[in-house]
Ligand binder design. Sequence first.
Ligand SMILES: [Zn+2]
Length: 245
Amino acid sequence: MSDKKTALVISAHAADFVWRAGGAIALHQSLGYEVTVACLSYGERGESAKLWKQEDMTLERVKKARKEEAQNAANALGVTDIRFLDLGDYPLRLDRDAQDQMVDIIREVQPIWMMSHSKWDPYNTDHMNTTRFALECRMIAQAWGHNPGEKVLGAPQMYLFEPHQTEQMEWKPNVFLDITSVWDKKRAAIECMQGQEHLWNFYTNVAENRGNHFRRNSGGMAGGRKAEYAEGFEMIFPQTVDELT
Ligand SMILES: [Zn+2]
């Protein structure tokens, strides 16, 4: 394990990390972090409609194409450690083996912070099951009795990234991250997602709107920080601070 600061993003499908957390990932890579991205599936069945509309498409070809896209997107964000667990999608198979694999990854990475989906997503249960799974694996990684002798996990914050159709997901941001300096990288990663071109401008608009909220919440008209693009996150755990700011 290197001396670098580390973070772990757990993405249900191969593209989720790009739309929802690409800015946070690129920003922290540029700050010297090693951000590991774990894709539980390729989104091969449920999030690859454009590919399935092509003739003679097979599950293996869709998986290969989605893996390439996700790998290219990770490269665009500066990520060198992306893992594909290939657990299947719609539905994800989050069984005991998957849990063991993820706990091993968490203990290996020892992330300062973790990130996953919203707690609730009635449109896509893979997403909300991933969050539950991530929290469960975080808990197991903290247990001294699990694989005794390994380094146990501390208490990394769990950030929930912004879902699609925000208001339906009971998701409420309490952190805005300025991603203006890495926006070009996020847009380049977005454009790697050839199978979901209909979302490119949608997520550009989301980043612009969150940039507005960043300005509003960092001082508004009285000295608000200029941010053109931002991402919102919801924290699960309380922050521990020495001074209120
Ligand atoms: Zn997804």
